[in-house]
Design a protein around this ligand. Structure first.
Ligand SMILES: [Zn+2]
Length: 276
């Protein structure tokens, strides 16, 4: 596993409302290239409810909602008293884990949904960028990649959730949106390659929830199953992870890749089966 530790950069791409159910049927060549070049599960699981803020928080905070306190789709403050808060004011996330243990490592969060803002420890992050559009977010993320200085970046993009709500999941329009999602994955992979960072960068891709009909938040597997994809140095190639993956394992996996200790209050586990 020593090769993993050579990764100089980790990029986590989160697509809001990208249901794992859709991926086998979708025309997503770049996403499938990432899957074939790395490890994946299409049966990673959300926490409940299968909604946005509660799941983004869990992904970044390595624990579930009754630990970190964010419990709803649009939680801006914890509805449950967190088990602990860091000096940055929230339950510990991967950002404070990095800042506290490796202060020289630069981090970034780039997001298109304003609801991400209240979930991240802004004073522990070097670049906090809220873009009004996905295009602005993509441009910022690519700029950050080109600068080659950021150890960990979380990029949140709002689609395909909007199409899921407005037109419906598992519709032709949803699959058309997934082609646009895939084009963005291609742009990011191209930017990493153009910066000469492909061999130094671990790319992770996931979602906060899937969906059914025009919504999500419920208990169907279409809402619960999220993609979990990882690719880069030290990662098994063309490998399907059969172990249970919970969304809070994402934060734990990033900490493990970067050689950092997890807070004792975290409940996520690194997805070790994805590594050589
Ligand atoms: Zn969402």
């Amino acid at each position: 596993m020593s090769q993993v530790k050579k990764a100089k950069h980790v990029i986590l791409i989160g697509f809001d409302g990208l249901g794992a159910y859709a991926i086998p049927k979708a025309n997503m060549p770049n996403l499938k290239k990432l899957m074939e070049g790395g490890s994946h599960s299409l049966e990673a699981r959300t926490v409940l409810p299968s909604s946005s803020a509660v799941n983004w928080a869990s992904m970044l905070m390595g624990a579930g909602p009754t630990a970190h306190g964010f419990t709803e789709w649009g939680s801006k403050t914890p509805e449950i008293q967190p088990y602990e808060v860091t000096k940055y004011g929230l339950f510990p996330s991967i950002f404070s884990v990095i800042r506290d243990q490796n202060p020289d490592a630069k981090t970034a969060v780039v997001y298109s949904w304003e609801g991400i803002g209240p979930l991240v420890e802004k004073d522990a992050i070097d670049v906090v960028y809220h873009g009004e559009t996905e295009e602005l977010c993509m441009a910022k993320a690519i700029e950050i990649i080109q600068e080659k200085e950021t150890k960990f970046m979380f990029l949140h993009l709002s689609e395909p959730d909007g199409v899921g709500h407005n037109i419906g999941h598992d519709t032709p329009e949803y699959y058309q949106e997934l082609e646009r999602v895939d084009a963005k994955i291609g742009q990011l992979l191209d930017a990493v390659a153009a910066a000469g960072l492909t061999d130094d960068t671990i790319i992770m891709l996931s979602a906060d929830h899937g969906g059914v009909g025009k919504g999500h938040g419920g208990k169907s597997l279409e809402e619960i199953y999220i993609p979990w994809i990882i690719s880069g140095p030290g990662v098994k190639v063309n490998h399907e992870v059969k172990d249970l993956i919970m969304t809070y394992d994402t934060g734990a996996t990033i900490a493990w890749i970067l050689g950092l200790d997890m807070p004792k209050s975290w409940r996520g586990k690194p997805v070790l089966d994805s590594f050589k």
